[in-house]
Ligand binder design. Structure first.
Ligand code: NAD
Ligand code: ZN
Length: 363
């Protein structure tokens, strides 16, 4: 499958399918990267033993000059220290302005490697090679970032890749918890933009075991198409792109408050989406049967309530430093109806009361 991702500043190809990685050399040549170009693969220590040799061999056989740098796996690796280590390795390998970084991994590698590419010598080209279900989201759209202990994705850039090469064969080794994590972003895409897709998910994906073969491929394609259509409209998040943050205001607060990697990104976003629906019901005075959404989520094994260890007042503080907030006022993406969302401003005291009520619900 081939798609063209279009933003205000760039058009680039996305190749999707079993064996897509083998198309890498011909793709590179079409992008004006002749053999001999230095390619710097950034990957993590889970993905490296599985796929690095294969990707390196494909590129070396096409006479590219291939280097690799391996970071630890997990959310905690999206750090300033690893960013700096990648820059050091890039300089030592002698990467120049014509070199290309290859991000081989999930959203952590993609976000970090993309930010390295955005800033090395004021910006060089890079290619996204997603290896997780979640990365159907993160590899498209050009948002790249690292975390700060005080907040998720606080340091970053908009830097579009030259191409996305999504070899779905790589997903076969993905553990169940990571499939679940990526599925949260699939659900997000349905909830914010596509009621029919939401209904299809409810009917066809009864458990995570249904996420394979054609159904998995359909989820990836739909997710990419929705993401791409939002990014086409609004590359730099001055408007509708904020809708993609549905579930992320609380989700990001949870990730940084609990310590990066305690929950997967998708688990945090799942709780965040349920809270966004809970707030929407109160804000608009209508019911989305949040408890039934929670039952649906828990059928996939998502956590559906706030972890007991977390203090709601601290979550509120984190939510106030979210990138959507202005002048300390929290702005959350709320559900108007399934398939339609909007951004709303929320007062602190109301939000805290709702956080407390959300924490106690179902007791
Ligand atoms: P990840 O990159 O940490 O991958 C999850 C785990 O799976 C890791 O342990 C990794 O080593 C392992 N893994 C990766 N591919 C594998 C494979 N094929 N087989 C076996 N194991 C494999 O996390 P993720 O869930 O892919 O991405 C989460 C990150 O993406 C978060 O930091 C989130 O903020 C970011 N994100 C960014 C955007 C964006 O627009 N830039 C969008 C959504 C999410
Ligand atoms: Zn996300």
């Amino acid at each position: 499958i081939e798609r063209t991702i279009e933003t205000a500043t760039k058009r680039y190809p996305l190749l999707l399918g079993d064996g897509a990685a083998r198309e890498l050399p011909s793709l590179l040549r079409s992008l004006a990267c002749p053999p001999g170009t230095k390619l710097f693969i950034i990957t993590d220590d889970t993905v490296a033993p599985l796929y690095l040799d294969e990707v390196r061999a494909t590129l070396a056989a096409a006479e590219y000059d291939v280097y690799a740098y391996v970071i630890p796996s997990g959310e905690a690796a999206k750090s300033f220290d690893n960013y700096y280590a990648c820059q050091t390795a890039a300089i030592k390998c002698g990467l120049d302005r014509r070199s290309v970084i290859v991000a081989l991994g999930g959203g952590v590698v993609g976000d970090l490697a993309g930010f390295v590419a955005a800033t090395y010598m004021r910006g060089i080209r890079y290619i996204q090679m997603p290896t997780t279900l979640l990365a159907h989201d993160s590899a498209v759209g050009g948002k790249v970032a690292i975390n700060h202990p005080l907040g998720k994705n606080m340091i970053g850039a908009f830097h579009q890749p030259e191409a996305v090469v999504y070899d779905t064969a790589f997903l076969r080794t993905l553990p169940e918890r990571e499939i679940r994590s990526g599925f949260a972003e699939v659900i997000k895409h349905a909830l914010i933009r596509d009621r029919r897709f939401y209904e299809w998910l409810r009917a066809e994906i009864k458990t995570l075991a249904d996420l394979h073969g054609d159904k998995l491929a359909y989820c990836i394609e739909k997710g990419i198409d929705i993401k791409a259509s939002v990014v086409r409209e609004d590359e730099k998040e001055t408007g509708v792109r904020a809708h993609l943050n549905f579930g992320h205001t609380l989700g990001h607060a949870l990730e940084s408050e609990l310590g990066y990697g305690t929950l997967t990104h998708g688990e945090a976003v799942a709780i965040g989406m349920l809270f966004a629906v809970f707030v929407s019901e109160r804000f608009y005075g209508r019911s989305f049967a949040e408890h039934r959404l929670a039952d649906w989520f828990s059928g996939y094994g998502f956590p559906v309530s706030l972890p007991a260890a977390v203090q709601t007042s601290r979550l509120l503080e984190k939510m106030k430093s979210d990138k959507k907030a202005y002048a300390g006022t929290v702005r959350m993406v709320l559900l108007c109806e399934i398939g339609d969302v909007e951004v709303a401003e929320l007062e602190d005291d109301k939000l805290l009361a709702w956080l407390n009520e959300f924490a106690r619900r179902g007791e």
